[in-house]
Design a protein around this ligand. Sequence first.
Ligand code: SF4
Ligand code: FES
Length: 249
Amino acid sequence: MDFTLKIWRQKNAKAKGNFETYKMDNVSPKMAFLEMLDALNKKLIEEDKDPVAFDHDCREGICGACSLVINGIAHGPKDRVTTCQLHMRTFKDGDQIDIEPWRAEPFPVVKDLIVERAAFDRIIQSGGFISVPTGTAPEAHAVPVPKVDADAAFEAAACIGCGACVAACPNGSAALFLGAKITHLGLLPQGQPERDKRALAMINQHDVEGFGGCTQIGECTAVCPKGIGMEVISRYHREVLSALMHHKA
Ligand code: SF4
Ligand code: FES
């Protein structure tokens, strides 16, 4: 398969950046998208040119490091798939493929396709944890959690912190990420002691970092590779409201 790639190149955070065009011929349809970029980089290095910087780690959809906007869609055109799980067979022979970094103010571009996502780490540091000593793994059923809560917590815990939700949101909101973390911990017994504090601290840090407010557009859930649903956003709104009421009382 032959492709024309239009890739965002930007030397550093301060540089202006622009799209550059590269031709990739004889690409196997079995190739993963990031393998195709590896092949491009090999070619660029052989030509003594600067390879394209992009983020990746596990390459199996679990770490959240990969982060490309492909043809205008965060993580590309396939539903519930991270960039690293995308294959070239998804595209048509002869296609032009536009490749850009996440674009959101709190995620500044470091180089080319790599953005800084430390803002997410700071949100987690503000409250996305438990500090009760839980010891070793309890015996099954020793901590009774209703099945419906356990399932919802598990689904929310699937969030890999990739930031696609922010990249897709016209408001640059991290509400889906925030909702996933608050839901995950707020539904479990271990998460109860810090529940109110957590919700307020995390939403505050979200705003401090410069993420926008949620207006329920839903672009976030459409691109989320883990299928996190917008109900987590309603849940975090309820958590914040109840924390404020407890605070008042
Ligand atoms: S909610 Fe989905 S899109 Fe947002 S950070 Fe988590 S996994 Fe990524
Ligand atoms: S590289 Fe880990 S999720 Fe894509």
